[in-house]
Design a protein around this ligand. Sequence first.
Ligand code: ATP
Ligand code: MG
Length: 292
Amino acid sequence: MLRREMRTLSSTAGHDAAHIGAGAAGEAHLEARDVVIEYPKPGSKEMTTAVERCDLTLDRGDFVCLVGPSGCGKTTFLNAVAGFVKIAEGALELDGRPIPGPGPDRAMVFQQANLLPWRTVQANVSYGLELSRKAKKPAARQRADELLDLVGLAGVGQQYPAQLSGGMQARVNLARALAVDPEILLLDEPFAAIDAQTREVLQVELLRVCAAREVTALFVTHDIAEAAFLADRVCVFSPRPGRIVKEITVPWDRPRSHEIRRTPEFAQLCDEIADVLYGVKAGVGDEKEGSR
Ligand SMILES: Nc1ncnc2c1ncn2[C@@H]1O[C@H](COP(=O)(O)OP(=O)(O)OP(=O)(O)O)[C@@H](O)[C@H]1O
Ligand SMILES: [Mg+2]
């Protein structure tokens, strides 16, 4: 509830007030300012700009969804936050410090679960923890069981990935990311390959898990309704080179239940996101909402 109150405060008082709800030093948890990310063009000394002057601020516990056309730089931006890709210009900071590289404080959840087929579900979830030597094997396995319980998979720890449905594998994928106790979850279309019905169930579960673990989430999706259902704010990217052209605040507290999907307000919100995404309202998309 405190987070929501802080958000309301920041919504009414403008950008500077958004920092009031941040870490102890007063800074945002994650802040991108004018971030530019480039890749070398194959067979040339020139660079391709994937992300152009991207601004984004997340406070602790925020859930922000990124939507945008294919190839606009969403995955690239997540990779930069994960520390896999370096930025060319601007500032990308965690708790006021530049991101030095990958770290256990951030965990990535990819679309493909890519579980290790020769390890049991429990051993897949505990794998990162065992590798990091943060916990001895029995403790890591016990932690894996707790996380499997959290994601609704109690009792399947001794099965192998091939014995699970796609939805179950997506849950294992999430449990595996949570095993290292990250502060920030970076989710790149994690439910894109899942059928619509299971996806909606997983969305509710994800919100519950995020609330239980108090994680900050940055979630990429092409599914407008998914973004509207999950996020505190939906950030719409322009086509490549991608920058955030509009940040839309979602009015409901989290966790949420399926009922909100059937409200006229939800349909209106989805329309608003789609209008910016598809450029229906020419000229209004190139501005961030006054809330941030
Ligand atoms: N490793 C790389 N080397 C060179 N160019 C890359 C690399 N990764 C991505 N790109 C380019 O950067 C741009 C942004 O790619 P990115 O994967 O971030 O887009 P995206 O928004 O995630 O797209 P999608 O919605 O299809 O997943 C694209 O033009 C892509 O070709
Ligand atoms: Mg992508």
